[in-house]
Design a protein around this ligand. Sequence first.
Ligand SMILES: Cc1cc2nc3c(=O)[nH]c(=O)nc-3n(C[C@H](O)[C@H](O)[C@H](O)COP(=O)(O)OP(=O)(O)OC[C@H]3O[C@@H](n4cnc5c(N)ncnc54)[C@H](O)[C@@H]3O)c2cc1C
Length: 242
Amino acid sequence: MEKSREVEMDLARVIAARGWIGITVDPEYGGMGLGHLAKTIVIEEISRVSGAMGAMVQASQLGTAKILHFGSEEQKCRWLPAVSAGSCLPTIAVTERETGGHVLGMTASAVRDGDHYILNGRKVFVGNSHVGDLHGTVMRTGLGSTGLSAFLVEADSPGFSLGEHEPAMGLSGFSFGELIFENCRVPAANLLGEEGDGLKVAYSSSVLYGRPNLAAVSLGLHQAIVTRPSSSPSGGCVAAAR
Ligand SMILES: Cc1cc2nc3c(=O)[nH]c(=O)nc-3n(C[C@H](O)[C@H](O)[C@H](O)COP(=O)(O)OP(=O)(O)OC[C@H]3O[C@@H](n4cnc5c(N)ncnc54)[C@H](O)[C@@H]3O)c2cc1C
């Protein structure tokens, strides 16, 4: 991965097939039904070997969280079993290039059109952008903090496309790229929660799952740095320091 710096599609699928994306999902929906401690250990252990794949697992868990917390029974039954089985990788797409962490500054929009919404705009730095199947996208449907709404956008939706994958400084093999919506039609049934719940959806995913998940990725990386035996014949930096 470090050499090619390309998105590791197949490895993401192999890891997801272990059921780890659905580790906190209730067994009723095919998940492991384990808690946040188990989730943390899984992310930490994968990150100890590959930060990119730890980031992959944690990113789709953010996408899963919003369905768990805001999905209707119908949406849970439709998507959570596939997430738990590893055949559906969900994402959460909030960030925009011009506004970054200022979530309320977003301009990408969704407008109701009969039984559908029409989505326009772009999202950047979306974890699992290029391997994801179901993008949980927060869009502006009105003004102010109650003017954001969240939608489940299937990757084969008309009007949806991906920006070119650009390797970053680190996490080679992980995709966190651009989603493009050009008159993208999404069924109104794919609205998560109510219109106006978008900010709550964004923050619940990032606060309940995102912050502890990223701490677990960091912990795994640091464990690798501290415990990795030196491969150099002279014993490397650790031996030199002794
Ligand atoms: C590996 C990776 C994965 C990611 N995955 C996702 C994802 O799955 N989905 C998603 O939606 N996003 C994702 N992001 C985006 C991430 O959430 C954003 O990077 C983050 O929200 C910050 O936005 P920014 O990078 O544009 O920084 P900025 O918003 O430009 O902020 C940069 C710095 O300036 C500070 N700052 C900004 N505005 C102000 C102000 N008005 N006053 C004082 N200080 C300010 C901030 O606190 C910060 O320290 C990911 C990013 C990375 C690097």
